[in-house]
Design a protein. Structure first.
Length: 256
């Protein structure tokens, strides 16, 4: 091969590399693209794009958070633990990595709480279930401590309290051994946390749904109806919000 040919081939290779490099998207650009896909209810495509962010920046916490959130949303559409498990495990893997990167990030801590609570729902061993529940509460408490203006942190606390009210007696008894006892007005704590959550973010649909459930559980039916009506009027921001509003509508119909 002549020197001229070598130079020409090299020049073409360099030009191709520069072209591909120019085409490559930054983590910020990919996050923006993924968010737009979520807003168009293209959840699977959004998830794939958030995963693509990690190929550019393996330690990108916003992407890890969204990967966890979307997997949780997907898993919650199933009722059988064996079908939920792959999604919850994927969520836990993502959020555990985010936690290792920043153990004082309130958003990460709140998501840790939610993921660990749902992981407890599908755990078969009593000791492991109790441990997950205890960790979930600790993460929620720390999330609020790190940022007392974080609506998701109060939501995690409120959901934890509500879930505890509805867990089986054996699990509740085991958790009570650790905490000593629960306040008899625990459901009031639930509503207080969830009210705080939606006060901080008036568009946070999950907060409205669980507040409606808590009011209903506490036989505050008029308040339940009111908050579920508010939920129905919220903007439908993502596919997950479609799911939450559908659950809210079903509960609303039961209250009529």
């Amino acid at each position: 091969m002549s020197i001229q040919t070598i130079i020409k081939v090299t020049a073409i290779a360099i030009a191709g590399f520069c072209y591909n490099d120019a085409k490559a998207q930054s983590a910020e650009e990919l996050l923006s693209e993924a968010k737009k896909l979520e807003q168009k209810y293209k959840e699977k495509e959004a998830l794939d794009t958030y995963k693509k962010v990690l190929t550019v920046d393996a330690n990108n916490i916003p992407a890890l958070l969204k990967i966890s959130e979307i997997h949780i949303a997907m898993g919650m559409r199933f009722t059988e633990p064996e079908h939920q498990a792959p999604y919850y495990h994927a969520a836990k893997e993502a959020i555990d990595k985010a936690f290792l990167l920043d153990k004082l990030n309130s958003d990460v801590l709140a998501e840790m709480s939610l993921v660990y609570s749902l992981s407890a729902d599908i755990e078969k061993k009593k000791e492991a279930t109790v441990d997950l529940i205890k960790q979930s509460k600790a993460f929620a408490d720390l999330a609020v401590a790190q940022n007392d203006k974080n609506p998701k942190a109060y939501y995690a606390l409120g959901k934890w309290c509500y879930d505890m009210e509805n867990r089986n007696k054996l699990i509740k008894a085991a958790v009570k051994v650790f905490y000593g006892s629960f306040d008899k007005t625990n459901i009031d704590s639930t509503t207080a946390y969830l009210e705080k959550s939606i006060a901080l973010d008036k568009y946070f649909a999950p907060g409205y749904y669980y507040l409606g459930k808590a009011y209903n559980y506490n036989r505050q039916y008029e308040k339940a109806v009111q908050v579920l009506q508010q939920l129905a009027k919220l903007p439908t921001l993502t596919q997950y919000y479609i799911d939450v509003k559908k659950l809210g509508a079903d509960l609303y119909q039961q209250l009529q």
